[in-house]
Design a protein around this ligand. Structure first.
Ligand SMILES: [Fe+2]
Ligand SMILES: [Fe+2]
Length: 286
């Protein structure tokens, strides 16, 4: 343990931040547009079309067999009409993050990592009141990013990550992580969200997703991520290197104010959405 600790420190992690690119401009622009109540398809498609890579992804998704369209869609505007703003926004966000954190990691595989992140984001979004669109969008982003702190650990020293989480044969919780890296993945992720100027709600929920009651006025965001994280683990949705089961906070579940029947319905919808984008995520990771 001591030998490993000599090779990595909080300073190494903070330094790694400077090597990370800023969030792509398209994401920032889309985020601002989607916040705007008077959003229109033309403006959004114009922003997307400034990036050929994003344009290709959107068209590939809408033309995938999942949507079963009888003819090919060739314009981003038409794709938005079919998929909806939210699905397009989520696709672009996920694509960008995958590009920023491109990695050859095998433990966990990058595909499993994003499967977990996308699963948590999608489930968390469906746990929120369906009329509260703003919170749903924010919570999706929190879910996608919630374990991003671990990708920074992987980026700095993948072989140490593999040893620490998979090979040393001991459960790895937040406390062990904080001892080993001198900072845990919640805090590392929060720092990244702050670097990228995400709203406080997102930074705070990432920073407290394993202790959602400490998230002050963003307890609802953090609770949705906390419960979605536990559910996605139970449902074997991907892997983010976490072998330990997070402590369950019943108060977080109560905050969501859902009956078991409602939970069943919401999970069904979440799984439909996860299935619809599965091929795209696999494709992005290959
Ligand atoms: Fe986590
Ligand atoms: Fe997680």
């Amino acid at each position: 343990m001591n030998k490993i600790k000599e090779t990595i420190s909080r300073d190494d992690i903070i330094e790694a931040f400077s090597a990370l690119p800023s969030l792509p401009v398209v994401i920032q622009k889309l985020h601002n547009l989607i916040e705007d109540q008077n959003i229109d398809i033309k403006t959004v498609s114009n922003v997307i079309e400034t990036d050929p890579g994003f344009t290709a992804r959107v068209l590939k998704l809408v033309n995938s067999p999942f949507y079963g369209l009888s003819r090919g869609v060739t314009s981003v505007g038409e794709a938005i009409t079919i998929l909806g703003f939210d699905a397009v926004h989520q696709l672009i966000l996920t694509t960008s993050l995958l590009k920023v954190f491109d990695s050859d990691s095998t433990e966990p595989s990058i595909k499993d990592f994003w499967h977990h992140s996308f699963g948590v984001g999608t489930i968390a979004k469906h746990l929120i009141d369906q009329n509260d669109k703003d919170t749903r969008n924010e919570v999706f982003l929190c879910g996608i990013l919630h374990d991003i702190g671990r990708l920074i650990f992987i980026k700095i020293a993948p072989e140490l990550f593999s040893w620490f989480y998979y090979k040393r044969g001991a459960a790895t919780g937040i406390n062990e992580e904080a001892e080993y890296y001198e900072i845990d993945h919640q805090k590392t992720g929060q720092l990244l969200a702050e670097k990228w100027n995400f709203p406080d709600s997102i930074a705070m929920a990432i920073g407290q997703h394993h202790s959602p009651l400490n998230a002050d006025k963003y307890q609802l965001h953090a609770s949705a991520i906390h419960i979605a994280d536990i559910l996605s683990r139970a449902l074997a949705l991907g892997d983010s290197g976490n072998s330990f089961v997070s402590e369950f906070y019943p108060e977080a579940w109560k905050l969501l104010d859902l009956s078991m029947n409602q939970l069943g319905d919401r999970l069904t919808k979440a799984f439909e959405e996860i299935d619809s984008q599965q091929d795209t995520i696999k494709d992005l990771c290959s």
